[in-house]
Design a protein. Sequence first.
Length: 125
Amino acid sequence: MRKVLNILESCSLAYKEIPVEKVYEVTGRPSPSDIQTIYTSLTTDDFSTAMNNIWGLSREKSLAFDDIVRDIHMQVMQTKLPDQMKMFLISRLSEIEYRLAQGSNERVQASSMVGGFVEVRSFEL
């Protein structure tokens, strides 16, 4: 509860009105629309385009890549993908999250995430 009050206090100091987008902006967390944009890019674009979209959005909005990975994990769990694809992606995302916690390079891990989504599209079901 205290955390919520601190966030709202920070928002009220910065903005007169507090729409939901501003709360995400103040906390530095990716908004649901940001995650949807990233997920759509991961599932439809080629490697270079997806990488540029994700990295550009991440830098433009100053998003932490580990927050993106956690939210993409939730997005994968909510979509109707075959179990084999879900298992592959969740395994890849967990490895990425572990490596980020160990201090690995974010850009390299972003490449790994995009590569995992490109790879999973080639699965024969």
